[in-house]
Design a protein around this ligand. Structure first.
Ligand SMILES: [Zn+2]
Length: 90
């Protein structure tokens, strides 16, 4: 069974403070996450192995964006999102 069957997926946007490496301006950016919330009950058709995996499964979210555009109007360069975790348990 695919691990994805254990979760309900929903996109979410959360603000994060990032520092532009070009102009060194720090600002808040809305970055996109995919939230995988563990289902209340195991999907039907699960075997014993799936059951053990489901038990250990935890809700988590993964970062979807890898770049943002600098908000500084005099810069506006795109830079990599770094310094934040790309995966987090929720
Ligand atoms: Zn910048």
């Amino acid at each position: 069974m695919d691990e994805r069957a254990f979760y309900n997926e929903a996109p979410a946007t959360k603000p994060v403070t990032l520092n532009c490496p070009y102009c060194h301006t720090s600002d808040s950016y809305d970055v996109r996450w995919m939230v995988r919330k563990k289902k209340d009950r195991i999907p039907s058709g699960a075997d014993e192995r799936d059951r053990a995996r489901f038990q250990k499964a935890q809700s988590y979210m993964v970062l979807m964006d890898d770049k943002v555009g600098c908000k500084n109007l005099r810069c506006r360069k795109r830079f990599d999102i770094s310094g934040i975790k790309t995966m987090a348990f929720i």
